[in-house]
Ligand binder design. Sequence first.
Ligand code: CA2
Length: 164
Amino acid sequence: MTPTVFILNGPNLNLLGVREPQIYGHETLAELRQRCEDHAHSLGLNIDFRQSNFEGALIESVHEARDSAAAIIINPAGFSFTSIALLDSLKMFDGPKFEVHISNIHRRESIYHASLISRTADAVIAGLGTDGYLAALKAVAERLSNGTPGNTSRGLQQPTAVLS
Ligand code: CA2
């Protein structure tokens, strides 16, 4: 079965491509979604791409991912720096989880430096623009095919040979 990756986007990212293009670029969220879908299919993955401005809705998506997703890619946006509740929900997800930021949060004002979500993310990609989502998808595909933790029955096939 083709594994599904949840791609979750936090508050205000619905305005991608509309506001502050000097920071976030010109691509809209709909265009990004299409690019992610195409890239995922080329990697043998399905995606479920969501955006919400509501903390609880994002948390419920993470809960849903526990049963239906092999991995999570999340751009928590402003909730990165405030939401212990979102952090707690992600801790309950056993598969690979990658945090993506379009901008390089470490080069910005100090309020953007300390992501709570990074405490549970397997990896953080920041500053690659929206290509960071594609890089995360590639990393997910590699993780799942390597059989590293998180590759459960929901993931890709187990490797045919295991070196010891
Ligand atoms: O760089 C990122 O992806 C961020 O997660 C974006 C967040 C910001 O709080 C993080 O520090 C870094 C802000 C998202 C705001 O979304 C907008 C989208 C388009 C135009 C303006 C804001």
